[in-house]
Design a protein around this ligand. Structure first.
Ligand SMILES: *[C@@H]1O[C@H](CO)[C@@H](O)[C@H](O)[C@H]1NC(C)=O
Ligand SMILES: *[C@@H]1O[C@H](CO)[C@@H](O)[C@H](O)[C@H]1NC(C)=O
Ligand SMILES: *[C@@H]1O[C@H](CO)[C@@H](O)[C@H](O)[C@H]1NC(C)=O
Ligand SMILES: *[C@@H]1O[C@H](CO)[C@@H](O)[C@H](O)[C@H]1NC(C)=O
Ligand SMILES: *[C@@H]1O[C@H](CO)[C@@H](O)[C@H](O)[C@H]1NC(C)=O
Length: 466
């Protein structure tokens, strides 16, 4: 957050700029609180909502958690995209200093001049120091809040940790486990590897999923009047007579949000070139993309999380029955796709109206807002409570990024187990998960397969729309 003195400096800079340009106004960001919501690449420390209060008369007895890796460096493709901005930056400078077409104030241009991008190729797509810190802080807070559950003898029966083989996922799991269980965690609780082809990975391991992804909405949005206007405004601002390309706009945005997430206190040069409204538009573009890629926008996505939901329901059911043989806590580490798959299976962050390329203004208050739902280090916890007062002993609460998730049908987030059990009882049943969703095992009999799927769709739809 910006201090008082830097705000004053900004104001001074603004006044100076207005003066020196001889009445002609130049562009510079004038938001007292810069916009920091960058969809699925938002810095966790900037959105985290950890106002945790114990639930009165209830004590937590079991925790299940899914955690996305901490802030990572750009991957190889993203690095390449961002690197092309060096050349672009020089063109912008030239527009200002030689052609005199540019509209950036000199302090904004100076900050752009100082911009450099370098990621060690060996660090690409790996967790960053900030990401490691996110994991440590998260583990520390969980340990404090859930001390009743987590202060148990540490062994492979009381705690489970699962992580996919991806390097940043594994490194995040290790960082978390080190804070939670001590430096010698490896000898106490092994991190169990989830194979790449396992349904517990989420959408990414689903062979049919790649086929199902068809994301024309995001590209249609890039043709919408509001988006084209943004491109045209930005082009003029930077001193171009032609409109700059989508790929440049997206590279600027990518650079901006990585920089902010990697160095939280920074005020990245590329971020400063966008207005608040433009950043909101780009945020929607990303959310729209994810809505069809990983969200409620594609029907198959809502079914892939079944095995994860089934596992969760199984654990909760055991705790409800006072079965004490199970673990006290289960921590699953995986990608965004895995986290979102889990949320979809439980109906979290679901809007009544789909996101489309044409309803941006109507989606201003959308649930599907990745800046809040799926920033770097995003996490989803399900906690089972045993309560001493009130109608029921067994309660369940969801925490999304450490904030209480106000699940529809529950009491400010506190759900009766009966409600939950009833809502998701199909996951507990013998036919809980339709294996055919991802793996087409019954090629021999297409007819049977068709009937099977047709019979399942109404069931799945029924519990999604309750
Ligand atoms: C990188 O880009 C190449 C070529 O466009 C593409 O085939 C590949 O899937 C991309 N990789 C990632 C990790 O996005
Ligand atoms: C699984 O995926 C990870 C990264 O995506 C890769 O490093 C690893 O080699 C893969 N493992 C197997 C067995 O394919
Ligand atoms: C995943 O792949 C491994 C090794 O190829 C195999 O042994 C295992 O059965 C596979 N699992 C699933 C769920 O297909
Ligand atoms: C740039 O885009 C705007 C909005 O689509 C359009 O009106 C304008 O004609 C374009 N400018 C050029 C030079 O093509
Ligand atoms: C679980 O234990 C509590 C208190 O120990 C008891 O009141 C409750 O009836 C038990 N529930 C079941 C399903 O056995």
């Amino acid at each position: 957050m910006m201090g008082q003195s830097s705000r004053l400096l900004l104001l001074l800079a603004f006044l100076l700029a207005a003066d020196l340009s001889g009445g002609q106004s130049c562009y510079e960001p004038n938001d007292p609180e810069p916009y920091v919501y960058f969809s699925h690449k938002t810095a966790y420390q900037l959105i985290l909502n950890s106002k945790f209060k114990p639930v009165p008369y209830c004590r937590p007895t079991f925790v299940w958690m899914f955690i996305r890796p901490g802030t990572s460096y750009p991957n190889t493709n993203e690095s390449m995209e961002i690197r092309q901005l060096h050349q672009f930056k020089n063109r912008v400078i030239k527009n200002h200093e030689e052609r005199r077409n540019g509209h950036l104030c000199s302090n904004v241009l100076d900050s752009l001049k100082r911009w450099e991008f370098e990621v060690n190729p060996t660090s690409e797509d790996d967790i960053s120091p900030q990401g490691r810190m996110d994991m440590q802080l998260l583990a520390r807070r969980m340990k404090d809040k859930m001390s009743e559950v987590l202060a148990k003898e540490i062994n492979p029966n009381t705690f489970k940790i699962y992580a996919s083989e991806d390097r940043k996922v594994m490194n995040s799991a290790e960082e978390f486990a080190r804070t939670m269980f001590g430096n010698d965690f490896r000898s106490k609780i092994p991190i169990e590897k989830i194979e790449n082809n396992s349904s517990f990975i989420g959408l990414e391991s689903c062979p049919k999923w790649t086929d199902a992804v068809q994301n024309s909405e995001a590209s249609l949005f890039r043709k919408s009047p509001e988006y084209l206007d943004m491109v045209s405004q930005m082009s003029k601002r930077l001193g171009f007579l032609e409109n700059i390309t989508d790929s440049i706009i997206l590279a600027m945005y990518e650079s901006c949000r990585y920089h902010k997430a990697l160095v939280i206190e920074s005020y990245p040069a590329w971020c400063g070139l966008f207005t608040r409204q433009e950043l909101q538009l780009l945020e929607y573009h990303e959310d729209l993309d994810y809505f069809y890629k990983y969200g409620y926008g594609s029907e198959i996505n809502t079914k892939v999380g079944c095995p994860i939901a089934k596992e969760l329901m199984g654990y909760l059911n055991d705790v409800a029955k006072n079965d004490t043989d199970g673990p006290s806590a289960v921590f699953r580490f995986g990608s965004s796709a895995g986290l979102l798959t889990t949320l979809l299976a439980l109906g979290v962050a679901k809007d009544t109206i789909s996101l489309t390329h044409s309803n941006y203004p109507a989606q201003y208050r959308r649930q599907w807002r990745m800046s809040r739902v799926d920033p770097f280090s995003s996490n989803f916890a399900v906690v089972f409570y045993k309560c001493e007062q009130g109608d029921e002993e067994n309660k369940v609460m969801f925490y999304l990024n450490e904030g209480v998730y106000d699940y529809p049908g529950c009491n400010v987030g506190l759900c009766s187990w009966k409600f939950f059990e009833n809502k998701f009882k199909d996951y507990l049943g013998p036919n809980g998960c339709n294996e055919e969703v991802c793996h087409d095992k019954s090629r021999a009999s297409d007819v049977r397969c068709g009937v099977f799927v047709a019979a399942l769709i109404p069931i799945v739809l029924a519990y999604l729309s309750v």
